[in-house]
Design a protein around this ligand. Sequence first.
Ligand code: AMP
Ligand code: MG
Length: 330
Amino acid sequence: MKDGISTCIGIESTAHTFGVSVVSSSGKIFCDVKKTYKPPPGKGIHPREAAQHHGLHAGEILSSAMEEYGEKLDLVDAVAFSMGPGLGPCLRTGATVARTLAHRLEKPLTPVHHAIAHLEIGKLVTGAVDPLAILVSGGHTNITAFSDHFWRIYGETEDITLGNLIDGFARQAGMSSPGGPMIEEFAKKSKNYIDLPYVVKGNDVSYSGLLTALSGKLAEGEELADLCYSLQEVAFAMLTEAAERALAHTEKKEVLLAGGVAANLRLQEMVKQISEDHEAQFFAVPLRFSGDCGAQIAWTGLQLNARGVEIEIEKSFVKPRWRMDSVYIP
Ligand code: AMP
Ligand code: MG
């Protein structure tokens, strides 16, 4: 603690990205360094290989983060880490780094839920205060809002995430990973809608049948641009329909689009439209902070730590399948 301002170092390692950041309680991001594992062309993330990548680069990422921070590491007040959800071997690698830092620096260790951290950093960088949030990434697809100590889920995917759908189809079409930006580019070249399954159940979406249908159409020789366009139209409309119902129900006056897929301009356009229809302000997390990064963990960890959330090193087991609506926030 320096002049009443506290700082926290955050370690992110849930999936493809290993990130380190130091953030202050005034919201200043001193440094945010990350390195992302890229699977071989046509392949998905292999958990063990991603974890090896993180282990191999952890030291150099930590060093460059400290160089950017420009202060001694022992000045930080807390150490935060992504405790879940995510890929077990990747989570364990980050947790080991965080535990070592907490032990060496004799600072408290604060566990952070990765998805909640996406929303908290999104609120920080956009200025949204109490949004209905739509979190769309490789690991998450849900519609959520904070109420009475919990992020409540108002809709989610019943099977694969929107990021999985996009990357899965991109791989089948021979695109490099991650496929989202290329799918968006191809989609811009078409306005020819190919009929695909639109599956909304209750307020949840289901994307696995859509991926199967897209694979079939690709094999039948349909134009790639038409398929990318149709994928976006169907998948985004399903999510937007569910989000609009949640917005009408919660009567939130802000909508926050977060996670890697938030970069997609067509998705932004659709969500902005329903926000305006319900007189809610629309925010999309800028690209720099919409993907996985240490800053999301440092910022969320700092706030949790200020509310007394800490975990003993001996008990800091990672939780690969941790649901965000089970996390009590003091
Ligand atoms: P994250 O898990 O938050 O790092 O987000 C990664 C996901 O975002 C991957 O599935 C990417 O394909 C996807 N993505 C990134 N940019 C775009 C884009 N412009 N359009 C659609 N999806 C995107
Ligand atoms: Mg993520």
